[in-house]
Design a protein around this ligand. Sequence first.
Ligand code: F0G
Length: 471
Amino acid sequence: MNNPEFRTMGQQFGRRSWAEPWKIKMVEPIKMTTLPERRKAVVDAGYNTFLLRSEDVYIDLLTDSGTSAMSDRQWAGMLLGDEAYAGSRNFYHLEEAVRKYYGYRHMVPTHQGRGAEHLLSRALIKPGHYIPGNMYFTTTRLHQELAGGTFVDVIIDEAHDPANLHPFKGNIDLDKLKSLIKRVGAANIPYVSLAGTVNMAGGQPVSMANLQALRELCNRYKIPIYLDATRMVENAFFIQEREKGYAGKSIAVILKEFCSYTDGAWMSAKKDHLVNIGGWLAVNDSELFDILRNMVVIYEGLHTYGGMAGRDMEALAIGITESVADDHVRSRVEQVRYLGSLLINWNIPIVQPVGGHAVFLDARSIYSHLSQDKFPAQTLAAELYLDSGIRGMERGIVSAGRDPESGGHRYPALELTRLAIPRRVYTQAHMDVVAESVKAVYDNREKTKGLKMVYEPKYLRFFQARFELIT
Ligand code: F0G
C-alpha cells in the first residue's frame, strides 16, 4: 500500500502497531458544545479550567488522577467490599498487594496522595529543615512547607529545558545535593523527596543508576530516601526501555528493585493504580510506622481504612496487580507518545522526550510574545477549551505560586500546558481530535494577548484563581 492515507500507524512509524490489551464493555456519552456555549462557560469559570463544569467538557485531559477506567475485575471487587469499621478483609488484600509489588514492610492507607504527604511531612519535618527533591510538586511542597520545611530543587539542569532530549530528565544532580548537605548539614535534611516520574518536568523518569548513586551518597550521611511512587510504574517502563541491563526484566521486577533502594513511599493511587480514589504510605522503619499508624487515626480514618471504603480498597488491590502488567503499561505510555508524535510532526513545541502520563505544550515558546506574568500556559489552556471543548491544565507560573518569604510570584523555568491522558479511557481517534485542536490554536497564536489574575486564593492558587482577558 503506497498511499500514505492507507498506512497503519505502525507502518507510519516504521514498526508493527500496538493495540490496547482490553476491549470496551461500557461507554459514557460525552457531548460536543458550540462555540457560544464554550465562550460563556470559560468566562463563568474565570478562564480557569479547574472551574469548568465537566458537563461542558468534550475531551477531558485535565488530569490522569482518579479518571481512569476500572476493569470488570475491579468493579466485581467493589461488590466484595467488607465495610467493617475495623479489620476489613479488603485492607489485608491491599496490604498484601503493596508488600508484593513495592516490597515495603508496613503500610497505612490514606484517602489520596496528599493525605499521605501530610502524614509523612508532619512525622519527619521540623521547622528549619530542608527537603531536597527532584523538582517540586504542588501538594508535596506545600505539606513540606506547612510542616516548617524548605523544599530545595536538586533535579538535573536538563529537566528545566523542554527541548533537551536527556533520557532520564528526572534524575537528581548529586553535586547539587552534596552542596546542600555542605551548606545546611545532614542533620537538617530529614529525607530526600524523590519522585518517579517527575510530573512538573513533563512526566520524566529517574534512572536506576541515578537512584543507586543517590542511595550511596545518602548512606554516607544517613539521610533516608522517601519515594513519591504515584507514577512509578511508568518510570519502570522507561527504565526497561532505556537503561542498560533492564530490557529483559518485567515492569514488576524493575519496580521492586527501584523501591528496594528507598526507605518508603507515598502513593496517589488515583494514577498508576487505576482507581478513582485512594492512596497509601508505606515504610520499612517500624518506629516511624508506629507514629504514622497513630497519626492516620487523627487525620484520615482508622489504620485499616484511612479514608477509603472497603470496596475502594478492594478495587485498589486489584488495580495494583493490573497496573504492573507489561502490556498495559506499554499501551498506556504509547498512547501518550502517539499524541506527542502528531504534534512533533507539526513542529509544535512540546516537552521532549514525551513523558509517561501527559503531553506538555511549551506555552512559553508557543506564546513567545507574552511575558510570564500574562500567564501564557493558563491562556493556552483556555484557548484550547474555546477551540474544541478540550480541557488541559496550567503547569507554570500559576501552579508555582508565591514565595513564602518574599510574597512575589515564583517564576518557574517551565511554563507548560499539560494534556494528561486518563488510563484506558480515550481512543486513538480522540487523540487525533486533540492534536488537530492544538494545531488550530497554535496557528492562531499571534492574536492572543494573555490574561490578568483577578482573584487569588492563599494556598494552591491554580485550583481556584480567576482571570480576565487582557484586551
Ligand atoms: N504526587 C504527584 C506526583 C502527583 O501528581 C499528585 C497529584 C500527588 C502527589 C497528590 O496526590 O491528588 O491523590 O492528593 N496529582 C494530580 C495531577 C492532582 O493532576 O497531577 P492526590
